[in-house]
Ligand binder design. Structure first.
Ligand code: ADP
Ligand code: ZN
Ligand code: ZN
Length: 696
């Protein structure tokens, strides 16, 4: 058909045809060919018909000829020109992520865009508004309320050194900022950012989870707004409404916003004037996306900084062993902040050996006494317990029955509602039921909770310290949107004396009046089968310990354990991250685990466990055949059921693949992943392939 608006493309009555190779968000490998009667630049979004519906896609290549018969190539339906084409470096990042994480390009690119930019409905049909961008322009308001920067302290000598070295960087360098808890890493980020902004360049500052650390976000916003102006800051995280997210994205992509503060998804934002990337708490597992494209935003940040030839700062008190390894090898440049920024010492860490102690509801006399002392002094105390609910399981004293989820191979957790109302909840599938009053097996009424969760600990503390104002901070007490921020605001305002919390309280908070941290039940994490368990435990305890005594002298940490001689605990007492890292790396090297090896994990889900295992066995054979004689460079483990094998009536198993050399693994994964969809369809299983899995 003749396009009335663009008659120029006709020469002597014959339309010039341009071939476009388009990435679409469909679970099929490869790209899709379309035609256009005029040239369309790479990076442009287009609407095309696919199957029976229209979809938004991205033009990735403009080949000379299509790969299928030209007569079968459909014309695109519409060019979306409300945005300039996605920039070349953004396309490179997406291509890298697609290749490295073994996922079709369209499934990387499209989900990386704000929803409004990839929905056909915004452009076609009844609700079309001429594209979302037009609607946004009118509302291009600032994302920062009327806020004042707090008092800004002058840098101490170590901070100043770190900033100087960062500012000296020309081109690409990965810098590991290893600063103890409370060493003032944030100030270093701010000064480094300031220098970059002064050159008219953009800064990407990534944090693990914005909603969990409203205070950090608030102070970062205030500082950044003071540095760059209120309108110069954009914030991106998954909790934003669609429109807010789109607005922030556009503002950064146009170069209006100079600073982007965001969670892992922010790594995929086009930044025309990128000058610096900062990854705060780089060890944090929330940089890893756990579904869809299972990327590590930290690793992509390093790749992107290299690609753009700009510096990237990875900051942490407990760097990942991967980052530490690169630093030891000289790949990354280490910057150290060994002391706290305020004139206070690191807290004294004490281990309480619980093997021969009579505990009261899980508490040692030492811990109870220490809490009492802090409360008497008017300081806050925190009890850390990584287990929410009332008790991990309900048990019959008569026949031994334990509460179990009907749909999962897991116990149900006892939760206390109001008053005497108890419910059983599955933390894997969400199944809920009223807790029985009598044993379902034997009818006996001798049912009792086994073990303790945060609710039960809160209850006991209220009995022992009746005057203390207690706050419980966990996923249950902060379920409503905005309630975590409100609760933390009250904690900071001094409305509570005693805090009981899960890992939510361990992260980033700068509590002014907290003198004591008590840790219950840490041993549970010590012997998890995952080889990263000790690393995670160390980081978590170091972080939670770091909440004590940040503003007041005399901070103290009490860890109750049955295994005080374990290297993890010994290193904590000495605040010895480097020693722990050295010990752990030596251990990993001797058994050939990451970072000395590279892994990929194939997970299969099916109605029957045998189906999942059979699929994995076939996949294993296939990989062996593909690798042929070169298979010596690969280690293929046996397919095994997951520890929690059944979740929501689906059985799960996994196959681990490993190599000492990353390129070897990458080559084989590419061939292998191309063949997996057909194999999985035949076996009727769902599968995921994860590169660099964090949990195995
Ligand atoms: P980190 O992120 O390293 O744990 P923060 O950045 O939260 O530490 O800083 C810890 C505390 O020290 C904050 O209250 C901060 O305001 C304060 N602080 C940072 N730098 C200085 C400095 N140079 N002088 C005095 N206080 C500082
Ligand atoms: Zn019973
Ligand atoms: Zn369940």
């Amino acid at each position: 058909t003749i396009n009335e608006h663009e008659p120029d493309v006709f020469e002597a009555g014959v339309a010039t045809v341009c071939w476009l190779r388009v990435a679409l968000d469909v679970p099929l490998p490869g790209l899709f060919d379309y035609s256009s009667d005029h040239a369309v630049a790479v990076g442009t979004r287009v609407i095309v018909s696919f199957g029976r519906r229209n979809m938004v896609g991205i033009v990735v290549e403009t080949p000379h000829a299509p790969t299928i018969d030209a007569s079968r190539v459909k014309a695109i339906a519409q060019v979306l020109d409300d945005l300039p084409p996605l920039p070349a470096d953004w396309m490179r990042l997406a291509k890298f992520a697609s290749q490295y994480y073994q996922r079709p390009l369209g499934e990387v690119m499209l989900p990386a865009l704000p929803a409004g930019l990839r929905k056909v409905a915004a452009y076609q049909g009844k609700r079309a508004a001429g594209g979302p961008v037009h609607r946004i322009d009118k509302r291009a308001a600032s994302v920062v309320e009327a806020i004042a920067a707090d008092h800004i302290p002058p840098l101490n000598a170590q901070q100043a050194d770190a900033v100087r070295i960062i500012n000296e960087q020309r081109g690409h360098q990965t810098l590991l900022l290893h600063g103890v808890t409370g060493s003032g890493k944030t100030e270093v980020y701010m000064h480094a950012a300031q220098a970059v902004l002064a050159q008219g360049l953009q800064v990407l500052l990534m944090v693990p989870e914005i909603n969990l650390t409203p205070q950090l976000e608030h102070s970062l916003r205030a500082r950044l707004a003071a540095l760059a102006g209120v309108d110069a800051l954009a914030v991106l995280h998954s909790g934003l409404a669609e429109g807010e997210r789109l607005r922030a994205w556009l503002s950064v992509q146009r170069g209006h916003a100079q600073v982007l503060l965001g969670t892992r998804l922010a790594i995929f934002t086009p930044m025309p004037k990128l000058g610096l990337i900062i990854v705060d708490e780089e060890h944090d597992a929330s940089y890893k996306q756990q579904d869809g494209l299972r990327y590590s935003a930290r690793d992509l940040a390093v790749w992107r900084a290299h690609d753009r030839q700009v510096p990237v700062i990875l900051g942490s008190a407990t760097p990942s062993l991967e980052s530490w390894y690169h630093t030891e090898r000289g790949h990354y440049l280490k910057l150290s902040l060994p002391h706290r920024a305020r004139p206070v010492d690191l807290p004294v860490v004490k281990l309480v050996d619980t093997r021969r102690l009579a505990l009261q509801q899980g508490f040692s006399p030492q811990l109870l006494e220490a809490i009492g002392e802090r409360l008497d002094r008017g300081e806050q105390a925190l009890v850390f317990l990584n287990r929410r609910g009332y008790a991990p399981v309900l048990n019959c004293g008569s026949c031994g029955w334990v509460s179990q989820c009907p749909r999962c191979s897991a116990y149900t957790v006892l939760h206390r509602g109001g008053g005497r109302n108890y419910r059983l909840q599955c933390h894997h599938c969400g199944h809920q039921e009223q807790a029985p009053r009598a044993c379902p097996e034997c009818g006996d009424q001798d049912l009792h909770p086994m073990g303790r969760g945060t609710q039960r600990v809160e209850e006991h503390l209220a009995q022992w310290f009746p005057k203390a104002r207690i706050a419980r901070i966990d996923a249950d007490s902060t379920r409503l949107k905005g309630s975590a921020a409100a609760l933390f605001a009250r904690v900071h305002a001094g409305e509570f004396d005693l805090l009981v919390g899960t890992q939510m309280v361990a992260k980033g908070h700068d509590f002014a009046n907290l003198g004591l941290v008590g840790v219950l039940n840490a041993d549970a994490m010590l012997f998890a089968q995952d080889f990263r368990a000790p690393e995670r435990l160390f980081a978590q305890l170091m972080q939670v310990a770091g909440r004590a005594g940040r503003h007041v002298q005399g901070g103290q940490v009490i860890i109750q354990t049955d295994y005080p001689e374990q290297p993890v605990y010994q290193a904590l007492v000495r605040h010895d991250y480097a020693g722990f890292a050295q010990y752990s790396l030596a251990e990993r090297e001797s058994i050939g685990l990451p970072p000395y090896a590279f892994q990929a994990l194939l997970t299969a889900e099916a109605r029957e466990l045998n189906q999942a295992l059979a699929f994995l066995a076939q996949a294993r054979t296939l990989l062996q055949e593909q690798a042929g004689a070169d298979a010596s460079g690969l280690t293929l483990y046996d397919p095994v059921p997951l520890r929690v094998v059944r979740v929501a009536d689906i059985e799960r198993a996994q196959l681990l693949v490993e190599s000492r050399r990353r390129p070897v693994l990458q080559v084989f994964l590419a061939q292998w992943s191309a063949a997996l969809p057909a194999l999985a369809a035949q076996a009727r299983v769902r599968y995921q392939l994860e590169v660099d899995p964090l949990e195995i």
